[in-house]
Write a protein that binds this ligand. Structure first.
Ligand code: GLC
Length: 462
């Protein structure tokens, strides 16, 4: 039986947000409960005056849908990163069943968030209208809003009576830029420590405990390694670093966009990362590890501990792909001097500003990010909902032990966001460069902190 170990006392409470998880078993029934979304009340058949280009305010969605004659047949393109779970197809099918006049074509983007990001930016900045709706990593909305790539959603949210208080606050904040809402939260992610319960009885409390336990127990039950993390030069490295940095009490930017990264706390955090990466508890090629490499090795039984997102819980229990089913538990990540910190991840949905079908695009977005869609994503894909009430839903709770665990829900709400800035991708690239050099032993932790400070400051000043 899995137990969410309590180590929350020292957790660093910062504002939180959003997610993605990628994988889950698909053998749960795909029930499509009646959509009780308040947005479906008939009184919402109002005109949407300032809706650029929208020629169709029909908002029928009250149960059995039949394509009525006055409804134009529309085909939407929905894009998101690779989905190994099959949840997206089920989600899209459920939507089309309720909206027979809308056909949704699913376009799969790369699994690496940075690569997907660059493809979207290339298309949207050229004014391409092919993609109507897409999933955005929680780190993109400010940039996409400022770039004019996406539709502002307040008009729809208000018209359809969607209560943003139903969502975790941090996830809503991630989609808000200059007081307006550009993205709706779809699912949320927080970094977790997974461990082999057939090898250790409980999770380490601190990073030093982790190092000690990992080196003591690696080799047991056929394991080769003590700890796996994401240390490749990409977005995942930044999340791992933000977790270390926050756990030592440091930060990258403050709320006023001052660069705060060059601090003794951050230096201590980077030193701990270097120590772990250079130690023999991690594989020799840990600098190539991303999430897929982590779950592949962990599911093969290669490691005692691993840091990953919630999606991995469903995979560990899927006997078709896991050799460790029944032997895995989860806990908060270990604490530094300040406490334990989970990095905030997650995914939101947005509408291309140039979509030729904004009204139908909104219907799809509303469905996916509303209770019915999020439930499908949680049950079929193992991803954590952003709607608080879904954690009380029996089917969601039964689908994954984490969703029934209060400590986990707290962790989601307190996860630490990456720096919030319209130039976040640039900040991330600069961090990736310096962190990689530090982990490769080319520069010291002090130098990495100094270099990040000066390069981020110059980027912000441009
Ligand atoms: C997960 C998170 C996302 C993050 C990415 C990094 O997909 O949900 O926010 O950027 O991992 O690899």
């Amino acid at each position: 039986m899995r137990i969410w170990k309590k180590v929350l006392s020292g957790a660093v409470a910062l504002s939180m947000v959003g997610v993605i998880a990628a994988c889950g078993d698909n053998d749960n029934a795909n029930e499509t409960p009646v959509n009780d979304d308040p947005a479906n009340d008939t009184e919402n058949n109002v005109d949407n005056a300032d809706n650029d280009g929208a020629d169709n305010a029909n908002n029928e969605n009250d149960g059995e849908a039949e394509a009525s004659e006055d409804q134009e047949e529309v085909t939407l393109t929905y894009a998101r990163g690779q989905d190994a779970t099959g949840a997206t197809n089920i989600l899209v099918e459920a939507f089309m069943e309720e909206n027979p006049h809308i056909t949704v074509e699913f376009r799969e983007m790369p699994s690496d968030t940075g690569q997907s990001h660059d493809q979207y930016v290339t298309e949207f900045s050229a004014g391409d209208s092919t993609i109507d709706v897409f999933d955005a990593d929680v780190i993109w909305p400010a940039e996409f809003a400022q770039g004019g790539y996406v539709l502002e959603l307040d008009r729809y949210i208000e018209r359809d009576g969607i209560d943003m208080d139903d969502y975790f606050e941090g996830t809503v904040d991630s989609g808000n830029f200059e007081g307006r809402q550009w993205a709706m939260p779809k699912f949320t992610d927080a970094g977790l420590l997974f461990y082999r319960s057939d090898i250790v009885d409980e999770a380490p409390e601190t990073w030093d405990d982790l190092i000690e336990m990992a080196s003591e127990y690696q080799g047991e039950e056929g394991t080769d390694y003590g700890y796996l993390m994401q240390a490749n030069q990409y977005e995942g490295l930044v999340v791992n670093a933000v977790e270390f940095i926050a756990s030592y009490g440091g930060s990258v930017l403050d709320e006023d966009q001052n660069v705060t990264v060059n601090s003794p706390e951050t230096i201590a955090a980077i030193e701990k990362m270097i120590e772990i990466v250079e130690s023999d508890i991690t594989p020799g090629n840990i600098l190539n590890f991303d999430e897929p490499a982590t779950h592949t090795a962990f599911l093969e039984g290669q490691s005692v501990f691993a840091r990953n997102w919630p999606y991995m819980q469903a995979m560990t229990e899927d006997e078709d792909q896991s050799q460790v089913a029944g032997n895995v538990e989860f806990a908060l990540l270990p604490a530094g001097d300040e406490g334990s910190a989970a990095g905030l991840g997650g995914w939101m949905s947005m509408i291309n500003r140039n979509s030729e079908h904004p009204e139908e695009a909104w219907e799809l977005l509303k469905f996916m990010t509303g209770p019915e869609g999020q439930k499908i994503t949680a049950i079929e894909g193992g991803s954590a909902p952003t709607l608080r009430d879904l954690y009380e839903d029996e089917e969601v709770r039964d689908a994954a032990p984490l969703f029934a665990d209060e400590e986990f829900v707290n962790t989601l709400e307190n996860a630490v966001p990456r720096p919030v800035s319209p130039i976040y991708p640039q900040i991330s690239d600069l961090m990736q460069i310096e962190l990689s050099r530090a982990l490769a032993g080319e520069i010291t932790a002090e130098e990495a902190a100094e270099n990040m400070e000066s390069s981020i400051e110059s980027a912000l000043a441009e």
